[in-house]
Write a protein that binds this ligand. Structure first.
Ligand SMILES: C[S@@+](CC[C@H](N)C(=O)[O-])C[C@H]1O[C@@H](n2cnc3c(N)ncnc32)[C@H](O)[C@@H]1O
Length: 304
């Protein structure tokens, strides 16, 4: 009896501690929204360093370019609002509730900044943008916003976005699709949302770019859907399908279409749950082009 009460007490205490931590983090996030300078005061740096995780360089802890980049921060907020619409989100499992969305943004901020930065370089090359694995459309919104800005600057711009996704979650995993920790993570339809967001995303991304001829969402299984479209010449592709087979198939299909100095960005490379995707990328890299390893489990390939 005594042991049972003790255990219960510990459980309640740890749950309260967890809640308190989440509230503290949230409060920090809101207080940080107004910060925007590259070079912060030591106090501000300490707060940022704590909430932006482990990515702070020991040599230059003041240097957090994603914080100082106001265009990025605005794009990011827009992208998450688009990906997590309030009215639909309430039907999602509590894991994705808005309460922890702010933490989600913090966790992914460096990865999102990499998408933003690399696409910022590639937009000037003139080729199209392609994404394999669209899901909620957060990265899609970041990419489409680059296209919108570029179209405003360059009147003759013809950059288009092509996003491939089943909108039904991942395909059947291969035996290579293990995790670093050995547990079974993937089965067909993992990551499927509780609501069908295809029509919604199509509309929302088109509204963002204000030119519906430039946005193409292709619904269906990779690689079958590759036959349905001509993506033309490509300057930037984000490969983010989590599994061995679709990563390999996307890579082999897109690489010949990539312009010189164009970039392939891999979101899953260092993800402990995406061992199969990493293997597909390594195999392709050995035969074709070296990999550049980036923070937060990303990697990229530049076409030479
Ligand atoms: C991690 S999510 C993509 C996240 C998105 N790139 C972002 O950053 O916002 C992976 C997506 O890949 C899609 N996917 C996985 N295997 C697929 C396949 N064989 N065909 C089509 N889509 C697939 C899933 O439906 C899922 O939406």
């Amino acid at each position: 009896m005594k042991i049972k009460t003790k255990k219960l007490k510990q459980k309640v205490l740890s749950s309260l501690r967890g809640r308190l931590n989440r509230y503290m983090q949230k409060a920090e996030w809101f207080s940080r929204r107004s910060l925007g300078d590259f070079f912060q005061t030591p106090e501000k740096i300490a707060i940022l360093a704590k909430s932006y995780g482990t990515h702070i360089s020991k040599k230059s802890p003041h240097y957090l370019p994603w914080v100082g980049d106001k265009t990025f921060i605005l794009d990011l907020e827009e992208a998450y609002n688009l990906g997590f619409p309030k009215d639909k989100d309430k039907f999602e499992p509590s894991y994705w509730s808005r309460k922890i969305l702010e933490e989600e943004i913090q966790k992914d901020i460096v990865r999102r900044y990499m998408v933003y930065q690399t696409s910022c370089h590639c937009i000037k090359l003139g080729g199209n943008f392609v994404e394999f694995g669209v899901h909620r459309g957060v990265a899609a919104a970041l990419m489409v916003n680059q296209i919108r800005r570029w179209n405003q600057i360059s009147k003759s711009a013809r950059v288009e976005y092509f996003g491939f996704d089943s909108f039904e979650g991942v395909s059947e995993p291969n035996p290579k699709d293990t995790t670093l920790f050995g547990y079974k993570r993937w089965k067909k339809h993992s990551l499927k949302l509780s609501w069908d967001n295809f029509e919604y995303l199509n509309r929302a991304l088109n509204q963002l770019v204000c030119d519906k001829h430039k946005i193409h969402l292709i619904k269906g299984w990779i690689p079958q859907t590759f036959e349905e479209v001509d993506v033309g010449q490509v300057s930037f592709a984000l490969i983010d399908v989590d599994l061995y087979e679709p990563t390999k198939q996307s890579l082999e299909w897109i690489y010949p279409k990539l312009l010189k100095t164009g970039i392939l960005l891999f979101d899953d490379y260092g993800d402990p749950e995406c061992i199969g995707a990493k293997e597909a990328i390594d195999e392709f890299s050995k035969k074709n082009a070296p990999l550049i390893h980036l923070p937060d489990g990303l990697a990229m390939m530049i076409k030479s």
